[in-house]
Design a binder for this molecule. Structure first.
Ligand code: KIV
Length: 280
């Protein structure tokens, strides 16, 4: 049975911290579930981590649907959240409801995430009314990067902090089951977390949130040139992978791969008959 939104709410009430991580494919999803994480985000950060774009903006519905399907195939117990990509929910409410529905019916996700505060609460209510659980996302919202003018900490002034608090409360009232708080000061995240009955999941927003979300590639050191301050690196897989592939390359060049154990034999009679035929 996959983790439910009700169980996430219970985790907040019990004071049990909620770990969440992104995954974009079958293999990564299996690893994440084996490691004990039960809340997985197929984030539009796949734009940078998987597709090599310089932002999340070019990511499409088809991209998220296809990667979500793979993550769902790789998991049995996890709640899989599909990120709604740029322009898939802001142009019109009908399109937003249809796109959100597609994440469940076609991709197999258990819920969707979308960015924005009070400007999206009307759309959120309609999606929730249609039976699709929604996770909110406020603070630094990467799909609005050109409006925000860069990837900087949000909510540092009294006015902007109040706006974020009001956005969080409005999102809760519109029916979201949890909210991602990205790149806001820890103390503001603490106030929002106290004020809400639903869980907050922080990224770059300090330890006072109910849970934390991190990008798979940041935790594992897969993109070494990108090192956000808020991401703790638990491994340097980039180094290990490059070393493994260069060892393989060296072995092929030196003809030490494959050896007899890595090859398959043919019956001696078959081999000799074939040799006779080919030498005639
Ligand atoms: O796309 C993503 O990875 C996200 C997280 C940063 C929350 O939205």
């Amino acid at each position: 049975m996959r983790l439910t939104i009700q169980e996430l709410g219970e985790m907040k009430r019990r004071g049990e911290s909620i770990p969440m991580i992104t995954a974009y494919d079958y293999t990564a999803a299996r690893l994440v579930e084996r490691a004990g994480v039960r809340l997985i985000l197929v984030g539009d950060s796949l734009g940078q981590c998987i597709l090599g774009y310089d932002s999340t903006i070019p990511v499409t519905m088809d991209d998220i649907v296809s990667h979500t399907k793979a993550v769902v195939r790789g998991t049995k117990e996890s709640h899989v959240v599909a990120d709604m990509p740029f322009m898939s929910y802001k142009a019109d409410v009908r399109g937003a409801v249809q796109n959100a529905g597609r994440m469940l019916s076609e991709a197999g996700a258990q819920s969707v995430k979308l960015e924005g505060g009070r400007k999206v609460t009307g759309t959120v209510s309609r999606i929730v009314d249609a039976g699709v659980p929604v996770m909110g996302h406020i603070g630094l919202t990467p799909q609005s990067i050109h409006q925000l003018g860069g990837y900087s900490i949000q909510g540092k002034t009294l006015e902007s902090a109040r706006e974020l608090l009001n956005d969080a409360v409005a999102l809760q009232n519109s029916g979201v089951y949890a909210i991602v708080l990205e790149l806001i000061p820890s103390k503001l995240a603490g106030i929002i977390t106290q004020r809400l009955s639903i869980p907050t999941i922080g990224i770059g927003s300090g330890a006072e949130c109910d849970g934390q979300v991190q990008v798979f590639h940041d935790l594992l050191g897969l993109l070494p040139d990108f090192r956000p301050r808020h991401a703790r690196r638990y491994a340097d897989l980039d180094e290990s992978i490059v070393k493994a592939i260069s060892d393989y390359t060296k072995d092929v060049k030196e003809s030490s791969f494959p050896d007899a154990n890595e090859s398959y034999s043919i019956d001696k009679i078959v081999y000799e008959a074939l040799l006779d035929e080919t030498t005639i």
